[in-house]
Design a protein around this ligand. Sequence first.
Ligand SMILES: [Zn+2]
Ligand SMILES: [Zn+2]
Length: 183
Amino acid sequence: MSESDFNINIEDIREDGLHLTFDDTASCRGFDADLPEDIGIGGPLYAQADFFREGRNIHLSGKIRGVLLLRCHRCLGQCSEEIEKDFYYLLQPHEDDDTQELREVSLGADDLDIWNFRHGIIRLDEIFREQLLLQVPLKVLCSSDCRGLCPGCGRDLNREECCCETVDDTSPFAVLKGFKVSG
Ligand SMILES: [Zn+2]
Ligand SMILES: [Zn+2]
């Protein structure tokens, strides 16, 4: 597969629709090049896309399934997140493409995702990437009880003990060493 397999010409979407499956989206050249640095893809990324035309509008329902490789916000270690997501888009020609186009679309639903395409080409890789990024949790944690890095010595507290007391005698808190809280 190559990058161009993701460029869908709307002329190829016939009366009975166009149905595509990708067993390993991520292996396609260039697919993960546009992902942020701290987001990777672990293993095969399955993706599916079903297109239907309705006048000049195109309905796309799809699915992505795979594993994202992320960086824990606390300990900076790598962790993975299994994802499986169905999505839906209403695809419309970009306004610059065809200004005389009348759009007979009811924009009632709040969760309606509209995607504009240009020159009759739908960039499916961009849509898949957007869906992947939407699956990244706001706070990425390798586990809910990750202890993170010590802000003093920088050690990963999941794996080793903090060594601040022994190395950092210049810390303003060093003077407190030896004090015991009574009670
Ligand atoms: Zn962590
Ligand atoms: Zn420490």
